[in-house]
Design a protein around this ligand. Structure first.
Ligand SMILES: [Zn+2]
Ligand SMILES: [Zn+2]
Ligand SMILES: [Zn+2]
Ligand SMILES: [Zn+2]
Length: 310
């Protein structure tokens, strides 16, 4: 689906794995940049290495094939592997089957410090070059980093840039797209509205201010109470998402609930937004009241508006 699909996939997986390290390290990055320039490790620091380079190969974990970050481990015979894989292989060296114990490979960690690497999204158009330990932080925010498909309900493995995903949502998920910054949307569930155990999802796409937004409507159990929730996600980075605001309104019979928020980036999984309860939450009893009639059918009209902040 996305151009160069298989190449991205590995990239994204290794991102997830290395993110633990990244969060801890990112904060000290500015500082470590300075110390790194001072450190003398016998290698030419200005040597930008490519993936064809032998030093680069040394830093690839032989088990998961991702780049290794401290603590890098080694067995008594000198075989290296990353800290995630050390746990995975139950402390047995996958190469020579020795007990791994707790030996760190400080030399390799130092070598890594002395390297400059191109952004992993180089093939997608990013030409930035970073010290080894600053690379992860950049790649998290790199403008060329592909997005995962924001469709909820089934885990979709498609990823790519925003135009690719917009076409994908329309063509492969049959998502409706609306233009403009105000909307009015009806959610009707004919089946027994008392059954929300099987969570349902609905997604609508909005094209406002030349950008794309996903309106989610979900039914799920909050603690033990069934609820409906609506929220907006922005198809772009978090820094850009913050430049927008939105409001949602639902009601009937002289009652109304309103919600005002900031759209979340699609970098945040829809389930995370739901877990944070960062949206309009409607208790089932109220939802049925809003639906009128015999309260056997869920019929909600949600109106909303998207605006630009500042
Ligand atoms: Zn590994
Ligand atoms: Zn070994
Ligand atoms: Zn980049
Ligand atoms: Zn998809």
């Amino acid at each position: 689906m996305a151009p160069g699909g298989s190449a991205f996939k590995e990239v994204i997986v290794s991102h997830l794995i290395s993110s633990d390290y990244e969060t801890g390290k990112a904060k000290s990055e500015a500082k470590s940049n300075i110390t790194m320039t001072k450190s003398v490790v016998g290698l030419n620091r200005k040597n930008v290495i490519s993936s064809k380079n032998g030093v680069h190969d040394l830093l690839v974990c032989p088990v998961c094939k991702n780049l290794m970050y401290p603590p890098i481990h080694q067995c008594p015979n000198g075989h290296t592997l990353c800290s995630n894989c050390k746990i995975e292989v139950h402390n047995i060296c996958p190469t020579c089957h020795h007990d791994l114990r707790n030996i760190r490979c400080l030399a390799l960690e130092k070598v890594a410090e002395s390297l400059d690497l191109p952004c992993r999204y180089q093939t997608l158009g990013c030409h930035a070059i970073f010290p080894y330990y600053s690379k992860l932080k950049h790649e998290q925010n790199c403008g060329f980093r592909p997005y995962n498909c924001p469709y909820a309900g089934s885990e979709c493995s498609v990823f790519g840039d925003i135009p690719t995903l917009v076409s994908h949502l329309k063509d492969d998920h049959n998502v409706d797209m609306h233009d403009g910054c105000t909307f009015s949307h009806r959610y009707i569930k004919e089946a027994n509205p008392f059954e929300v155990e099987n969570a349902t999802w609905m997604l609508t796409l909005f094209n406002s201010f030349g950008r794309h937004f996903c309106l989610h409507f979900e039914a799920f159990q909050l603690d033990t109470a069934p609820v409906y929730m609506a929220f907006l996600r922005f198809m772009g980075n978090e820094s850009e998402a913050k430049k927008f605001g939105y409001s949602l309104e639902v009601g009937a019979n002289g009652r109304k609930l309103t919600w005002q928020g900031i759209p979340r980036s699609i970098r945040d999984h829809h389930r995370k937004v739901r877990d944070n309860q960062d949206g309009l939450i409607i208790q089932r009893k109220l939802a049925l009241y809003f639906s009128g009639g015999d309260r056997k059918e869920l019929k909600l009209r949600i109106t909303g508006r998207i605006w630009k902040e500042g």
